[in-house]
Unconditional design. Structure first.
Length: 165
């Protein structure tokens, strides 16, 4: 299963992003779509799994939950927009992670690309794809692509989309 992962589009989507997602089986969005039109445009490319972010309005919140937990090809995934990272999990999600750790924990919000493991929790893999949009303080727009095979994340690619401005 080929996955395209992005976050913090803040209403911005360009042809480069759509091209990079074109061969993906699913697109995952870790919140702050900006508008429901972004979710709908992504859905035209591939099925979308996502969560709403702090800037998303009611239209996005009616379609995407705050927390999305699912299993795909044997991989237990937990996605939320504001979730922190290993060692600094956000209070809203900390208990769920500690009591029932997923294999893959995805967040957005910080606009900072971060990929790391939590050795205390069976090497839980944390991915924040950074921000694909142009709003925020980040200097480089980013996204991540990978495959999920037999419960494992493989072929992980960090993609720099160019400067924010």
């Amino acid at each position: 299963m080929k996955i395209g992962l992005l976050s913090d589009t803040h209403g911005y989507l360009d042809d480069q992003i759509l091209r990079l997602l074109g061969d993906r089986d699913e697109i995952w969005h870790a919140g702050d779509f900006g508008t429901q039109a972004i979710s709908e445009r992504l859905q035209e490319v591939a099925p979308v799994r996502g969560v709403y972010g702090n800037i998303d309005g009611q239209h996005v919140r009616q379609v995407h939950p705050k927390v999305n937990r699912f299993t795909i090809n044997g991989l237990d995934v937990l996605m939320t927009h504001i979730g922190g990272y290993p060692g600094k999990y956000h209070p809203d999600i900390r208990q769920e992670i500690l009591q029932n750790p997923p294999q893959l924990f995805i967040t957005g919000h910080s606009h900072i690309l971060k990929i790391m493991t939590d050795k205390r929790l069976n090497n839980l893999l944390h991915i924040n794809p950074g921000a694909a949009g142009k709003h925020g303080f980040h200097s480089t727009r980013t996204m991540v692509r990978f495959t999920v095979t037999a419960g494992q994340v493989q072929d992980l690619q960090v993609i720099e989309l160019g400067k924010r401005a």
